[in-house]
Write a protein of this length. Structure first.
Length: 377
């Protein structure tokens, strides 16, 4: 891209810093959000993406499981939770039902189960421990990425344990890593308004730090497109970056688009495609120490996810299956994709598909054909 265009977009100094390997500041982050030239911003983010990953775009073969939607918290953006057992639409799966989800996929080369739940006030801790043990009994090699930091904090308070004890016991039962959910926006102003009754930003980050110290890798998310300011987005990114400087344990940063259907913030519009591209691009530029930026295609929509692969994104999550949280909030994306469909959409965007496991070891490289007969039904 021409220097004149970057200068005209107010990005000349930032482009020079990036070229020199210098870290971007808070003010740089705000300037990126203010940049009127989305393509210039995308060009810079793509340059950083290609430095790290060239044409490679990662995905994994996973399933999602939400074992209960009973939840004592009252996050305004949530369309998934039901307050009490017995409320209309509430459900809690038996352990056998959770294990059946894996048994049903015995013929598929899944590498990961991603489990997140509501904060159920009445289930015993053994329910979660047994769930993990059962998954490992059924398929010892499966990677268990389960329970957000918000759930870990809730377990600790409910079962009168420390956060570390909870993590250690879950790890002994088979937990391999934590997903990044529950981060929302770290700024207290926003948390007080949209999710005042679940664990705060400091504890979220402390739990991830503990998980890293126990040898687990984790992800970190950011819910965007509601009442947060651009300054609060940059602050969020910098808090994640600071922890990553300490531990190096985050694998991916995942911006999550707010979806307004069926929740208490339904008067707000969903973020636009251009806003989604901007947030992913700024994430790539600010988070110089987190290896991957992921577009969760269920939330962004498939087409925007494809375009995002030129705006800093190098990962499209996975095949997913039976996603509930976003679909109850109005997502119109499919609930699952075949591995061949995901590979084809990556190729159609001009990138090379690479199936990874949860820890980014390559399972199927770009040289493999895209029509391998592995179907998600
Ligand atoms: S986002 Fe999570 S913690 Fe908040 S109400 Fe929904 S299920 Fe509960």
């Amino acid at each position: 891209m021409q220097i004149e265009r970057l200068d005209a977009a107010g990005l000349g100094v930032i482009a020079d810093k990036l070229e020199a390997g210098e870290r971007l500041t808070f003010d740089d982050g705000v300037r990126l959000f203010d940049c009127p030239d989305l393509l210039a911003l995308g060009w810079l983010a793509n340059r950083e993406r290609e430095k790290r990953h060239e044409r490679r775009t990662y995905y994994n073969f996973n399933i999602r499981l939400e074992a209960t939607n009973v939840c004592v918290a009252s996050c305004l953006f949530c369309s998934f939770a039901r307050l009490r057992p017995g409320d209309s639409g509430s459900y809690t799966m038996s352990l056998e039902e959770t294990w059946d989800k894996l048994r049903e996929r015995a013929h598929q080369p899944l590498t990961e189960i991603h489990v997140v739940n509501g904060l159920h006030p009445d289930l015993p801790f053994d329910y979660y421990l047994e769930m993990l043990r059962g998954f490992k009994r059924i398929r010892p090699s499966i990677h268990l990425k389960c329970f957000t930091a918000v759930e870990i904090a809730f377990f600790a308070d409910l079962y009168k344990m420390s956060d570390e004890q909870v993590l250690r016991e879950l790890q002994s039962a088979g937990l391999d890593s934590l997903p990044g959910g529950g981060a929302e926006i770290f700024a207290e102003r926003v948390r007080r308004k949209i999710c005042h009754d679940k664990c705060g930003a400091d504890r979220y980050l402390e739990i991830h730090k503990l998980a890293h110290s126990l040898g687990m890798r984790t992800n970190v998310t950011m819910l965007y497109g509601h009442i947060e300011t651009k300054e609060e987005r940059v602050d969020h990114m910098l808090r994640a970056r600071a922890l990553q400087d300490d531990t190096g344990g985050f694998q991916a940063f995942i911006p999550l688009a707010f979806h307004p259907d069926n929740n208490q913030m339904r008067k707000l519009p969903a973020p636009s495609a251009t806003e989604t591209l901007r947030v992913h691009a700024v994430s790539r530029l600010m988070l110089d120490n987190i290896p991957h930026v992921k577009a969760f295609w269920i939330a962004t929509g498939v087409e925007v996810a494809q375009v995002s692969l030129w705006f800093g994104v190098d990962d499209l999550d996975g095949t997913v299956q039976e996603e509930k949280i976003y679909h109850m909030a109005g997502a119109r994306t499919p609930e699952a994709m075949t591995t061949s469909a995901i590979r084809r959409l990556i190729r159609a965007a001009g990138r090379d598909p690479v199936e990874r496991d949860t820890l980014y070891n390559v399972v199927t490289g770009p040289e493999s054909p895209d029509d391998a007969p592995v179907l998600v039904q």
